[in-house]
Every structure is written in C-alpha cells, then in structure tokens.
Design a protein around this ligand. Structure first.
Ligand SMILES: Cc1cc2nc3c(=O)[nH]c(=O)nc-3n(C[C@H](O)[C@H](O)[C@H](O)COP(=O)(O)OP(=O)(O)OC[C@H]3O[C@@H](n4cnc5c(N)ncnc54)[C@H](O)[C@@H]3O)c2cc1C
Length: 306
C-alpha cells in the first residue's frame, strides 16, 4: 500500500485527521467541486501550527486553503494543488463575558445568533438564516441590507501562515461591502472573535428573529443548494433585480438554475456540474451588461482552475 503523502505530518498530530479521498461537493453548500490533494481537519492549536509550518517549509508548491463551512465558495473540479483545511469541533465554543461573546472560529453563525438571543444580547438579529461559520462571516464581512458583522467586532485573534499569533481590531480588517483584508490577502487564519452586543429584552429579540427569518425564508431559497448571492450589488442597484429584469428567473443550464425566489441566487437543482454554474454566471453577466451596461462583480469566490 502507498504511504499517505503527508504521513510525516499526521504522525505528529495530537488529534487532527487527514482525508485523502474527499470531494468538495460533499462539503460545500453549492454541492460541486472535485478532490483536493487532501482535506485536513484540525482539532487543536498545536496541530494547526504544525500544519502551517509543514506547508510553509516542506510543501511550498501546494496551496493550503482554510475554509469555514463553504457556503460562499464554488469549487471547480480541478483543485489538485489545494490542501483544504477546516477547523473541527474543538474550535466550536462560545464563552460569555458580560455583553460580549467570545466565539471560536468554527462556531456556526446560527449558533451565535441563537445563543445571543437566549442570553438577551442584541446585535445579530439580522443574521438569522445566514449559514456558515463565524470565521467565514467575519472574513466576508457578511451582512444584510442595513447591517454587517464588522459593527459587532471588538477584536479577533488570528495567526499568520508563519504561525505568529496576533490580535486585530475591527478597523484593522478594513471591512467593506462583503470584503476584508483577510479575504483579500489570505494571510491570516482566524482563531476566535470577541463580539460586542447590547442588553435587550429576550422576548423582543426573539420576535425580531422570527420576523427576520420569515422574511428571509420568503425571499431566498434557503432550503436549496446554493452559495448565497452570486454577484455584489453594484452601487445604487440590486444585482438580483437587474438579473430578474433580464427575464432570467428560472433560466437553467444543465443542472443549475437562476432561483425563482431570488435572481441573485444560482441553485444546484439537479446534479449541476461546475461548468453549468460557470456558464450560467457568464450568461447572467452578459445579459445584464447588454441590457443595462452594468458589469456585475462576483460576490462568491471561485476556487480552482477551469
Ligand atoms: C442560502 C444562503 C443564504 C446566504 N445569505 C447571506 C446573507 O444574507 N448575507 C451574507 O453576507 N451572506 C450570505 N450567504 C453567504 C455565506 O453564507 C456567508 O458569506 C458566510 O458568512 C460564509 O461563511 P462560511 O463559513 O461558509 O465561509 P466559507 O464560504 O467557508 O469561506 C468564506 C471565506 O472565508 C475564509 N475563511 C473561512 N474561515 C476562515 C478562517 N478561520 N480563517 C481565515 N479565513 C477563513 C475562506 O478562505 C473564504 O475566503 C448566504 C449563503 C447561502 C447558501
């Protein structure tokens, strides 16, 4: 039997595991994506440092990519030079400190939304229904029409790819519309985040959550396979409305379709291939450019080659 290629690394791990037979379509919310060199599930800080050092020094030809829950990523079939890193259960923790919550990186955003509501802490009511981990939410500066998560950040703890730990304040992230310095540079790994909340009546928070969830459920295809909004809203416009005004709701290529609920969502409704999704993205872009002379920019990240 062949020796696993990263056996030198895995022999030193305390808890983490390396999977060599893993397809990103089985993890990613868009349900497409090929097989990376390996998927490493890291379960403690020591193993994370070992992994970064190993790829920094011994396997420079590979690209380690840390992800959250992959709800805003579209993986291609060709990702054979990627090593995907996810943080496991030991990075899923919430600790209350008065009006603040210290959240480990892999904690699902919805767990933070629920926990804050239970504790009578207001701030994340707009985030009900947004999938993914707190790390991905911060990297993307995820948000709604009126709010985004950077407004809540007190500080985050990161390490860089050389293994150096540091604290960053919200301003250091240079947060803007669905973007931060972490997304742009890919130089840091988020370990945990300290978020600020305001004390409020629990019942009032729960009522707002219910109202917001009802609205989100009516307007977005929450129960279908997608990667969230495909395009950023161009200044002064809604990308969804522009695509809808081109008559594209329900338009499909292969197994991928422009959602009937929200035209800025592409759903994988019937075993779509990566190329179906990319062709649909290109088609929607061309139609909007032709009709409105507006160039749509991607909000989702495409990982890997065509
Ligand atoms: C049905 C649906 C509805 C959605 N609604 C919204 C919405 O209303 N608003 C909105 O803003 N988004 C929305 N999204 C998009 C998406 O859910 C969010 O952007 C989410 O915050 C991404 O989190 P994630 O953990 O899945 O990140 P991923 O998709 O896994 O990764 C996103 C980015 O973060 C990086 N990353 C993740 N973890 C780390 C880490 N620990 N350290 C460093 N980098 C890291 C990745 O490399 C990548 O660059 C929606 C998606 C879906 C499928």
């Amino acid at each position: 039997m062949l020796k696993p290629i990263f056996s030198k690394l895995s022999e030193q791990f305390k808890e983490s595991i390396i999977n060599y037979d893993f397809y990103m379509k089985d993890y990613s919310s868009m349900r497409v994506g090929g097989r990376p060199v390996a998927l490493i599930k890291i379960d403690n800080f020591y193993d994370l440092l070992l992994t970064l050092e190993y790829f920094n020094q011994e396997r420079k030809e590979l690209s380690p990519l840390i992800i959250g829950k992959s709800t805003n990523l579209i993986f291609s079939d060709n990702i054979r030079n990627y090593v995907v890193i996810i943080l496991g259960e030991n990075f899923n923790k919430i600790i209350q400190k008065d009006n603040q919550l210290l959240c480990s990186a892999a904690t699902p955003l919805q767990q933070v939304v629920r926990k804050s509501a239970e504790l009578g802490l207001s701030g994340l009511e707009w985030a009900i229904g947004i999938p993914g981990a707190i790390s991905g939410a911060i990297v993307n500066n995820c948000g709604s029409k009126e709010n985004d998560i950077s407004e809540l950040i007190s500080e985050i703890t990161v390490i860089d790819y050389a293994g150096k730990k540091r604290k960053l304040q919200a301003a250091d992230l240079k947060p803007r519309y669905r973007n931060t310095i972490i997304k742009e540079t890919k130089k840091y790994i988020i370990i945990e985040a300290l978020l600020n909340f305001e004390k409020k009546d629990r019942i009032e928070i729960l009522e707002t959550l219910n109202k917001n969830f009802y609205e989100k459920q009516n307007n977005q295809p929450l129960n279908e396979c997608s990667a969230g909004c495909i395009f950023k809203n161009p200044s002064g416009y809604s990308a969804g409305k522009l695509i809808d005004d081109c008559g594209l709701k329900g338009y499909s290529i292969g197994g991928a379709k422009i959602s009937e609920k929200h035209a800025n969502f592409i759903v994988n409704y019937n075993n779509a291939q990566f190329k179906d999704i990319m062709n649909l993205i290109d088609y929607a872009r061309e139609q909007v450019l032709k009709k409105f002379n507006i160039q749509l920019e991607l909000e989702v990240e495409i990982i890997g080659g065509i």
